[in-house]
Design a protein around this ligand. Structure first.
Ligand code: KG4
Ligand code: ZN
Length: 318
């Protein structure tokens, strides 16, 4: 089954053709990062306008790369929610138009489910499994007992992880998006600053990153006022250490409590080097648990992951 998938929930216009939920025949992404850089974050109105301008070119590219015509696809999939309303609408209208004009079924996909299913491109799922979802908009620990069964065990009460990275990067003025930059800086420093590792009680799977974010920003502001030099690499390493410690320890508890043999990490922050290596160490300390991350190119927003989730939705509804 060949699915044409469309993703436009934030600042990436992405269209893919995915065969049987596994084989990416094409995945073309136009990213607006350079446009939003000067604002230090995504400007929703600007984002929707650029989606409108680029969507037909991206579609053309995706069809060409897959060497397929719209007649030959079996279904159209699109990210329905969550995301920026104006941006989502561009993808949804494109998908509906194609579905209507070419008489194809339309499959509406939840963006977070897409991030989780990005892992399926390279790994089979062994249920029950724990999915750690870490993106710019979401931080969740999810228990999956079967395909498309999502039980949210915990989530962030305030900032998402990626959001905390991006906000800190904006204040300390190191660039946008902050995640990859701070990740790189962290690898060049040592966790020497005392920062809060917020765990919210021993039974909680929820997260809170706003206190940690404020602690980093306050340290930076105070040092500036006093004219003191902070070691930016050590500060980045201390922040990342706190984030990774909280994410990994809660994920480990969820794996043990629910007797899972697989843990998958999903979302843009799944590209984080520190998180990857600490998760690896954590699973090595457990018996027979496999760890999967999506390939780097499928960690951040892309349409291929929507095509995979759509494949399973279609299968289930048959
Ligand atoms: O999943 P995604 O593309 O968009 C949302 O659905 O939110 O994630 C984007 C987020 C941004 O906040 C970005 O800073 C973060 O993922 N990110 C990273 C890394 N690469 C991307 N955060 C930490 N370390 C990274 N290497
Ligand atoms: Zn995303």
């Amino acid at each position: 089954m060949k699915i044409l998938a469309i993703e436009s929930s934030c600042d990436e216009t992405s269209i893919a053709v995915v065969e049987d939920g596994k084989k990416v025949l094409s995945n073309v992404t136009y990213t607006q990062i350079d446009i939003h850089k000067k604002y230090g974050g995504v400007v929703p109105e600007v984002a929707s306008r650029h989606h409108i301008e680029k969507v037909t070119y991206v579609l053309e590219g995706a069809l060409q790369q897959a060497n397929i015509t719209l007649d030959e696809i079996d279904a159209v999939a699109v990210t329905k929610t969550p995301g920026l309303v104006g941006s989502l609408m561009v993808g949804i209208n494109t998908a509906k138009t194609i579905a209507l004009a070419f008489n194809k079924p339309l499959i509406e996909v939840n963006h977070i489910h897409g991030h989780i299913y990005a892992n399926y491109l390279t790994h089979e799922f062994k249920f029950p499994l724990i999915a750690l979802v870490v993106s710019g908009g979401h931080t969740e620990i999810v228990l999956m007992k079967d395909h498309l069964e999502f039980e949210i065990l915990g989530e962030t009460l305030d900032d998402a992880v990626g959001e905390a990275y991006d906000k800190i990067a904006r204040v300390v003025n190191v660039g946008y998006p902050g995640g990859p930059i701070i990740d790189k800086m962290a690898s060049m420093g040592k966790p020497t600053y005392q920062l809060p590792h917020v765990k919210l009680g021993k039974d909680s799977y929820d997260f809170s990153f706003s206190g940690l974010k404020s602690a980093v920003i306050n340290l930076h502001n105070k040092a500036q006022q006093k004219g003191e030099e902070l070691n930016a690499f050590d500060l980045a390493a201390s922040f990342q250490d706190a984030v990774v410690d909280v994410l990994v320890s809660k994920t480990k508890r969820a794996i043990l409590e629910h007797n899972c043999k697989q843990v998958i990490v999903a979302g843009g922050v799944a590209a984080n080097k520190g998180l990857r290596s600490e998760m690896q160490k954590m699973v090595e300390s457990l018996d027979d648990v496999t760890l999967t991350f999506p390939p780097f190119e499928y960690c951040t927003d892309n349409a291929a992951m929507i095509g995979v989730a759509a494949y399973f939705q279609n299968k289930k509804n048959k």
